[in-house]
Design a protein around this ligand. Structure first.
Ligand SMILES: *[C@@H]1O[C@H](CO)[C@@H](O)[C@H](O)[C@H]1NC(C)=O
Ligand SMILES: *[C@@H]1O[C@H](CO)[C@@H](O)[C@H](O)[C@H]1NC(C)=O
Ligand SMILES: *[C@@H]1O[C@H](CO)[C@@H](O)[C@H](O)[C@H]1NC(C)=O
Ligand SMILES: *[C@@H]1O[C@H](CO)[C@@H](O)[C@H](O)[C@H]1NC(C)=O
Ligand SMILES: *[C@@H]1O[C@H](CO)[C@@H](O)[C@H](O)[C@H]1NC(C)=O
Ligand SMILES: *[C@@H]1O[C@H](CO)[C@@H](O)[C@H](O)[C@H]1NC(C)=O
Ligand SMILES: *[C@@H]1O[C@H](CO)[C@@H](O)[C@H](O)[C@H]1NC(C)=O
Ligand SMILES: *[C@@H]1O[C@H](CO)[C@@H](O)[C@H](O)[C@H]1NC(C)=O
Length: 904
């Protein structure tokens, strides 16, 4: 690879063949038996190219010779290009070594002498290029043996004569190029070596020719084409030239830039006896065309008169041009002066002689206007270009084109004429018109539709780039045949009229509404345009129409356009795109949504776009490219532009995209420079295509792994939280269940089996309240007896054992809960535990909580390991603040005392 210098890279397109060459010491590129050794600074002919090459390009090197021996190896050559070297000598043996040579190019070298032997062996040569050497004289018939030569180029040398041989030769020559030499006289004996030739083209342009000697062109076997451009022929010499061409086979004569400033009725008289069909008189500063100048050219078909300085076209200037089909009058008339007096003038009926004219281009002129009989008589005219032709064609009236009424005009080009108004019936006499170009004018008006009346065959109306156009429902009602309507940048107004301005255009194929800043359209705008294939809506302001927040919902203005192929919505400010918006547009080949603000694409938005070939989403706010969204659109894509989006380079966002990029054949330009990550920060500015997806490679197992992991984590967290907040309940019920299962049967003994109705746990400080409230109950009901520590324990001694026993002998346990109880150490540690143990064994209803104060559950739990939730609601009583509710409290307490001990 060490020799693979930068040259190789200039031939990257030929990479597969480059290998062939890098094995040798030169850097030629060989492809299909053609070796390109150009621009290599070679001083010698390479000796190591494949021997079977047929084309060898040695141009732009530093070769001084072409030594025949160096070509022994390349005997198959048919083309040898040695142009742009410093070759000053050519050896006859070269052609001997190259018997099959057909094309020899030695242009831009330093050959100055050709000997009689130089080409003696080049019998198969068909083209010989000796342009731009220093050959000043040809002697001794060097081309004598070139019997197959078709083209001989000796232009840009120093030849002063056309004489290339002393006897007839080059019988197959078709093109002889002698331009840019020093030939000043065309002599008969200088051309009679071509006596047996039939020349299609004799190129003598840019020679200082001053004289045509008698019979010079008649020396040539047949002469069909002659170019004498850039020769200083004046009218006199031109006339003489034409006389010399009389009775020749001349068909094509080019006299561009020959200072033919005036033509008279005698200038071309010599061409009377020819069959001239093509005449180029362009760039001549031609000022006056006398009446009858071209009367001698009845067979002329193509006439180029562009870039002249005609002041006045007389009524008979074109008289006699019976056969002209194509007339180029671009910039033919005076343009320099803007003074009204020197404005070019065209007499009425000037064109009436051109009965066969089909194509007339009068663009780039300065005519004041269209006169009433300007074009009268052009009965075959089909194509008329009047682009930039007029200075004051402000208003098109029903009379402007009356002179074209007889013409079967098919295309009319009126661009760049400062037209400001089209009146009704302006084109009504042009019933054959198919293409009408009114672009780049200053039209500002309401289109009522009457403007187009009579255009029964119209196919295209181009109105782009005008001042303003106000649409109405009738704007195009009279041209239902229209297939192409261009309304780009015309400040369109009233586009949302109802019915739609386009409702009658059932054949419309192309509609251009771009660059109009349109903000309001309705969903009927394009209704019924079933043949529409191209829709240009770029550079408008349609963003609102696709917003969910739009008062009547998104406007589906594309619906029903089932034939649509190309859709351009660039630069509309879209930041939302409804999922259904492209539904049914199954023939879409190209969508351009570039330069919008789109970020999120709904999942199924491109589902119907399986035939998409080109998608442009450049300069949006796209962060992720997901398969669910773009998979269908990317399937058959040939061109994608998503450049300049703020890609989020994470596995979830672009792994699929990067994978697709690396395997697709879709053309994505500037991938490495214009597709850069925006987030996460550590990837900012990093090329998307280099994002390492190996970490995401096994994304399916990874996802599963992720899901499992996450689930486990969530379950764990849930469990922890559950245990944290509800653990007591779980362990409590667990205890209960265990006890029941292990056979601690509910001992729902009858009330009389207990000694006490309830054991009352309370803080010492609350003893007064207990006494006050429970002793009256005992008095009322003789069967009721509570275990009150102060009263029922001997001398108030709190023996643990007796507490246990007392609790066991009580049917229920009552907690009198106050702040004091929460602080009472004995209660905290022992009594509560005991009671709960008993409750668990016996059953939960055996515990009754009486709250004398409002104690939060968490404090209760922290101090006593009890929670309200452990107990049935009727076992939880609150001491009322209001006196009148005390009775109700007693009633509730009795209910609680009376309830069965059960957890159900
Ligand atoms: C020309 O020669 C090269 C090798 O030098 C060979 O690969 C190639 O097939 C040959 N082409 C023909 C048409 O023989
Ligand atoms: C040889 O190469 C030059 C420069 O690349 C090019 O212009 C020329 O057409 C080539 N000649 C032939 C015969 O292909
Ligand atoms: C070309 O020929 C010259 C003399 O005829 C010889 O000196 C030179 O080595 C040859 N070059 C190659 C590359 O064959
Ligand atoms: C052209 O010929 C006319 C007479 O035939 C002569 O008077 C005139 O000077 C000539 N003009 C030029 C420029 O040779
Ligand atoms: C040429 O025009 C002149 C007047 O300019 C006229 O006298 C002459 O008859 C015309 N010749 C021909 C052949 O029409
Ligand atoms: C012009 O063409 C006709 C037929 O097309 C032919 O007979 C005539 O010889 C031609 N004239 C010349 C001068 O070649
Ligand atoms: C052009 O319109 C005017 C009325 O606006 C009418 O008087 C005139 O006859 C029309 N001309 C043609 C040729 O229709
Ligand atoms: C009208 O002419 C202009 C200028 O030559 C050209 O650019 C444009 O394409 C033409 N319009 C049509 C429809 O050919």
């Amino acid at each position: 690879m060490s020799q693979s210098s930068p040259y190789i890279y200039s031939f990257l397109g030929l990479l597969p063949f480059w290998i062939l060459c890098t094995s040798s010491t030169n850097k030629c590129v060989v492809r299909h038996e053609a070796a390109d050794c150009s621009h290599l600074k070679l001083t010698q002919v390479p000796d190591d190219l494949p021997a079977n090459i047929t084309v060898l390009n040695l141009t732009h090197n530093q070769l001084r010779r072409l030594p025949p021996d160096n070509f022994t190896r390349y005997s198959q050559l048919t083309t040898l290009d040695g142009g742009f070297n410093s070759i000053s000598k050519l050896e006859p043996e070269l052609c001997q070594k190259l018997p099959l040579l057909e094309i020899l190019n030695l242009e831009h070298n330093e050959l100055s002498r050709l000997s009689e032997r130089t080409f003696i062996f080049c019998v198969n040569l068909m083209e010989l290029h000796l342009r731009s050497n220093s050959i000043q004289k040809i002697e001794n018939d060097p081309f004598q043996n070139l019997k197959n030569l078709i083209k001989l180029d000796l232009s840009h040398n120093g030849l002063s004569s056309t004489k290339l041989g002393s006897q007839p030769q080059l019988e197959n020559l078709q093109e002889l190029l002698l331009s840019n030499n020093k030939i000043n006289i065309l002599r008969r004996e200088g051309l009679d070596f071509l006596g047996n030739s039939s020349l299609k083209k004799l190129e003598l342009s840019s020679n200082p020719i001053k004289e045509f000697s008698p019979g010079c062109f008649h020396a040539i076997g047949k002469l069909f084409g002659l170019s004498l451009n850039n020769a200083q022929l004046n009218p006199n010499l031109t006339e003489q030239l034409c006389l010399e061409l009389s009775n020749t086979s001349i068909q094509n004569l080019s006299l561009s830039n020959t200072q033919l400033y005036r033509t008279s009725n005698m200038t071309f008289v010599g061409l009377k006896h020819t069959n001239l069909t093509v005449l180029d008189l362009s760039h001549n500063n031609l000022n006056v065309i006398d009446n009858g100048s071209f009367v001698w050219l009845p067979r002329l078909e193509y006439f180029f008169l562009g870039y002249n300085n005609i002041e006045h076209l007389f009524s008979h200037s074109f008289y006699g041009l019976l056969s002209v089909r194509y007339l180029d009058l671009r910039r033919s008339f005076t343009k320099q002066s803007t003074a009204l007096a020197s404005r070019p003038k065209i007499d009425d009926f000037s064109f009436q002689w051109l009965k066969r004219l089909e194509y007339l281009n009068m663009g780039d002129n300065n005519f004041p206007g269209i006169k009433s009989n300007m074009f009268t008589g052009l009965i075959k005219l089909k194509h008329l270009s009047l682009s930039d032709s007029f200075t004051s064609l402000r208003t098109l009236t029903n009379e402007t084109f009356l002179s074209l009424a007889q013409s079967p005009l098919v295309t009319l080009n009126l661009t760049k004429n400062k037209i400001s108004k089209i009146e009704s019936d302006a084109f009504s006499c042009l019933g054959h018109l198919q293409v009408l170009d009114l672009g780049l004018n200053e039209i500002g008006q309401e289109l009522t539709g009457q403007e187009w009346r009579g255009l029964g065959n119209i196919i295209e109306i181009y109105l782009s780039y005008n001042k303003y156009l106000q649409l109405t429902p009738g704007s195009f009602a009279l041209v239902p045949s229209l297939q192409r309507l261009m309304l780009c940048r015309v400040a369109l107004r009233n586009v949302d009229s109802s019915p739609s301005p386009f409702h009658s255009l059932r054949h419309l194929v192309i509609l251009d509404l771009s660059n109009n800043n349109i903000a309001n359209i309705n969903d009927k705008l394009l209704e019924g345009l079933e043949k529409l294939e191209i829709l240009e809506l770029q550079h408008n302001n349609l963003a609102r129409l696709w917003k969910r927040a739009n008062p009547s919902g998104p406007v589906y203005f594309l619906k029903g356009l089932s034939r649509l192929h190309i859709l351009n919505l660039e630069s509309n400010g879209f930041d939302e795109i409804p999922a259904e918006v492209f539904k049914g547009l199954s023939e879409l080949k190209s969508i351009d949504l570039g330069l919008n603000n789109l970020n999120i694409f709904p999942r199924s938005v491109f589902d119907d776009q399986a035939s998409l070939k080109s998608l442009n989403l450049q300069k949006n706010l796209i962060t992720s490219v997901e398969k669910d969204v773009f998979g269908p659109a990317f399937r058959n894509l040939s061109n994608l532009d998503m450049s300049f989006n703020p890609f989020d380079c994470t596995c979830e966002s672009i792994a699929w995209f990067v994978n697709w990029i690396n395997s697709t054949h879709t053309n994505i330009s500037d991938l490495s420079s214009h597709y850069l990550c925006n987030t996460p920060p550590q990837y900012h500015g990093f090329p998307v295509m280099l994002f390492d997806i190996s970490a995401c490679k096994d994304s399916a197992p990874f996802e599963l792994f992720f899901i499992i992991n996450t689930s486990i984590l969530l379950i764990f967290i849930f469990t922890v939280l559950l245990i944290h907040f509800e653990g007591w309940r779980i362990s409590f019920y667990w205890n209960v269940s265990v006890h029941r299962v292990l056979g601690f049967k509910e001992i729902d003994r009858q009330p009389e089996q207990f000694e006490y109705a309830a054991y009352i746990i309370h803080a010492y400080k609350d003893r007064d309240w207990v006494w006050e409230n429970f002793s009256p109950m005992e008095e009322k009901d003789q069967t009721l007896r509570f275990c009150l520590e102060e009263r029922d324990f001997e001398a108030g001694v709190l023996e643990l054992e007796s507490i246990v026993n007392s609790i066991k002998r009580s049917r229920k346990t009552i907690f009198v809960i106050t702040q004091h109880l929460l602080k009472d150490p004995l209660c905290k540690r022992f009594k509560v535990h005991q009671a709960v143990q008993q409750a668990v064994e016996q059953n939960l209803d055996s515990i009754i909580l009486i709250f004398l104060e409002d104690i939060p559950d968490y404090k209760l739990n922290r101090a006593l390991c009890l929670r309200r939730g452990m107990f049935k609601s009727h076992c939880i009583l609150n001491w009322p603040v209001q006196k009148e509710r005390v009775n109700a409290f007693h009633h509730k307490l009795q209910v609680a005392l009376g309830s069965r001990n059960s957890i159900h």
